[in-house]
Design a binder for this molecule. Structure first.
Ligand SMILES: Nc1ncnc2c1ncn2[C@@H]1O[C@H](COP(=O)(O)OP(=O)(O)OP(=O)(O)O)[C@@H](O)[C@H]1O
Length: 716
């Protein structure tokens, strides 16, 4: 039972001096220390010390004073009042102590005494929980932080979006009934009308969501009645393949109009590409011809004459004629490198009439920025046209501006230029977007409703995957048998039911399922595989199979090696297996992709070069044989399947050393959003993939490959 408050503060009772204390003890420090230690060891003091360390000192001091008062008769008068008070208090404390000893306190009183305890913490109101920190600011500008969002499932008839019947009929013929989500957003923003956005547009929409038609359709509609070609739209894409792909979509839409679509991708000699883009003609203008000849002669005297420039062309002109340059195309689809070459070296290649600049796969293009293409392009677009190449309107504008005429302000604007920047992995990186000199930009984000808040309020880059995509991951140990694991996936999940020529096909029903939480998914997938097997005839040939698989490797060399190994491991694949390498000409790669989309080829092995934009709707499976090097690369690779609402599967083989990055960043990281779906882990025993002599065949195939690399003629 704790002692009452007052008692603890009361000094000890004055005691009668002991007999041997006749002589007053000097108050030496040593004695004080002894006294202190004695007092400290007494039970009362111990109790007080437990209650409060402060309460130890005061009574000791007072005890000493009381003793001193009793023992010394020469107490100064001025301390009398203090001593009398002290005595009163001591008596009071003593009386109370006695009373308490006589009347034992019950629990209620105890509680009351407890309340008087001065060192007990006062009862406090319950803590008000602080709301989690939510920043009310964003480091992003408003247009990036608050994008226009469109639900990925939204579709609308093209006619409702103001598309002319001429084009709606065409689209219907192609099987496009309704506009997809990204198109429902882009068409009104690019069509002239009250919903038109008078500024630039950035678009972030998943792979295979129909971005190409979304930007091409309004441009082609606007140019439909064009009679004389003028370079009005430039579409920049990162690879030759994508140039051809966009060209195909544009040509289908332009059929029946006079719109001319040109390309610049470096597949032909530069001089002939120049002739395809710009036409030189002679214009009768004696005054201008005289001036130009005078300037040309001054230049020829200095010796600094630009080869292939206007003075060079002047030499070819008849008397009193000046060179004039006309564009041969309305829409130019090009790679950035070739575009820069034309801007710098093709006389008369002018961008003064360009009304649309489209940059597709923008994140890749801006990350590479080879030859500083963005800066060169922006200078050409926003800079002044050289005087010799100005059109009539530009000449008038220049004259009025030079004369400081008030009419210069009344002249029509140079032209309305709209930039459309698109990607499935659009990065909110202002330093990169800054090079594009965007004016009044708007960001359009196409996403599933479920992920809306996550994507919008996240300043990090978050990329969505098509909702129709199913992902699988296979751990392949140290990777020494990776080709055999790939073969296992091909035989059992991509081409189920085929008759294996190697006779090495095993049954998946005895494949070991993952024992962790993903095991259900693993077994369910095995089930789906066996369902597939029952769907197709028991033993079908590769030729009649509907699956098409795109296999990604880390380089074109590994693609070639893998192609060789697969052909040896499973000879039935050989006629349907091809490799896409950089060495292929544009024509050869176009033919290859065509036979892949028609089904003449079933397995295409490629490097990352094929990961962007490649649109072959019939691809049913993507396999990452070599793990991608970044999340963006993963998103683009797997996005080659499950396009435009079709079902698709993506498989990734990962080794022990790759597991940490892949599982943490790709399968569980926050950067990839997959609508309550998970990457399914698939596991089987190593013996499953090496059984039936496959290991032996694999070793023989490796040996053959070694010989082939060494140039041994005996190699098969
Ligand atoms: N309105 C539509 N209805 C049905 N299919 C469409 C429609 N518009 C486009 N498609 C089809 O969708 C597929 C994907 O289109 P597209 O290549 O433009 O996608 P993308 O968004 O550019 O993809 P990526 O980011 O991978 O380049 C194409 O095969 C195209 O024919």
């Amino acid at each position: 039972m704790p002692a009452p408050l007052f008692k603890r503060w009361a000094p000890p009772k004055p005691v009668a001096p002991p007999v041997h204390h006749e002589v007053t003890k000097p108050a030496s420090p040593l004695n004080t220390a002894i006294e202190t230690s004695t007092a400290e060891n007494s039970p009362a003091t111990k109790e007080a010390r437990i209650e409060s360390p402060k309460s130890i000192k005061k009574p000791k001091k007072r005890k000493y004073e009381a003793e001193a008062h009793e023992q010394t008769e020469e107490t100064p008068k001025k301390h009398k009042a203090i001593f009398s008070k002290f005595e009163k208090v001591s008596k009071l404390a003593e009386a109370r102590g006695q009373r308490e000893e006589e009347e034992p306190t019950d629990g209620v009183e105890e509680a009351e005494v407890e309340e008087l305890h001065d060192l007990q913490p006062m009862p406090q109101p319950a803590e008000v929980p602080e709301p989690a920190f939510e920043p009310t600011f964003s480091t992003l500008p408003t247009w990036l932080a608050q994008p226009v969002t469109v639900d990925a499932s939204k579709t609308l008839p093209f006619a409702e979006l103001g598309v002319e019947p001429f084009f709606t009929k065409k689209l219907e013929k192609q099987g496009f009934e309704d506009a997809l989500a990204v198109q429902t957003a882009l068409l009104p923003m690019l069509h002239p009308g009250f919903e038109q956005h008078l500024g630039d547009i950035c678009v972030s929409a998943k792979t295979g969501s129909g971005k190409t038609l979304g930007y091409l359709l309004p441009i082609i509609e606007a140019l439909k009645d064009r009679a004389v070609p003028t370079l009005s739209a430039i579409i920049v894409v990162p690879s030759r393949q994508l140039v051809n792909q966009a060209l195909q979509v544009a040509e289908e839409l332009c059929a029946g109009t006079k719109i001319r679509v040109g390309t610049a991708l470096g597949n032909v000699a530069f001089a002939s590409e120049q002739k395809q883009l710009v036409k030189l003609r002679a214009q009768y203008d004696p005054k201008a011809a005289k001036e130009l000849h005078e300037r040309a002669s001054r230049h020829f005297q200095t010796g600094f004459v630009e080869k292939g420039g206007i003075f060079d062309d002047l030499k070819e002109m008849p008397l009193d004629h000046v060179p004039r340059y006309d564009s041969c195309v309305d829409i130019l689809i090009c790679t950035p490198g070739r575009l820069v070459e034309h801007i710098e070296n093709t006389t008369g290649f002018l961008l003064n009439a360009v009304r649309w600049l489209v940059i597709d796969e923008a994140d890749q293009l801006l990350n590479q920025n080879f030859q500083g293409w963005a800066t060169v392009l922006m200078d050409a677009l926003h800079g002044d046209t050289p005087v010799d190449l100005m059109n009539a309107q530009e000449h008038i504008r220049k004259r009025e501006c030079d004369a400081n005429s008030i009419w210069s302000v009344a002249l029509p604007a140079r032209r309305q230029l709209t930039k459309v920047v698109l990607s499935a992995t659009m990065e909110k990186d202002l330093t990169k977007l800054g090079t594009l000199k965007l004016k009044r930009p708007k960001l359009v984000v196409v996403q599933d409703e479920a992920t809306e808040t996550q994507l919008l309020h996240n300043e990090e880059n978050v990329f969505g995957l098509p909702s129709t995509l199913e992902e699988f991951a296979v751990h392949v140990g140290d990777g020494s048998n990776k080709p055999l694991h790939l073969l296992h996936v091909l035989l059992n999940f991509v081409f189920p039911g085929i008759q294996s020529e190697s006779g090495a096909k095993e049954d998946t029903s005895d494949s070991d399922s993952d024992s962790d939480s993903d095991s259900s998914s693993s077994s369910s997938s095995s089930d789906s595989s066996s369902e597939n097997k029952s769907d197709v005839e028991k033993e079908v040939s590769v030729a009649s199979h509907t699956s098409r698989v795109l296999i990604f490797t880390k380089s074109t060399e590994s693609a070639s090696r893998l192609s060789h190994l697969l052909a040896v491991l499973e000879p039935s694949f050989k006629p349907y297996l091809k490799t896409m390498t950089r060495a292929l000409t544009a024509d050869a790669s176009r033919k290859l992709l065509k036979s892949f989309s028609t089904g003449a080829i079933k397995i295409l092995i490629a490097s990352d070069a094929a990961s962007r934009g490649l649109d072959i709707p019939s691809i049913t499976h993507v396999i990452n044989y070599d793990i991608p090097t970044s999340i963006t690369s993963y998103v683009h690779r797997v996005g080659r399947t499950a396009r435009a609402g079709k079902y698709g599967q993506a498989w990734t083989l990962f080794t022990r050393t790759e597991a940490a990055w892949f599982l943490k960043q790709v399968t569980k990281g926050d950067s990839v959003k997959r609508q309550n779906k998970k990457v399914k882990r698939m596991e089987w025993k190593e013996s499953d993939v090496t059984a039936n002599g496959k290991k032996k065949t694999y070793r023989a195939a490796l040996k053959q490959l070694e010989n082939a690399v060494a140039g041994n003629t005996e190699a098969g």
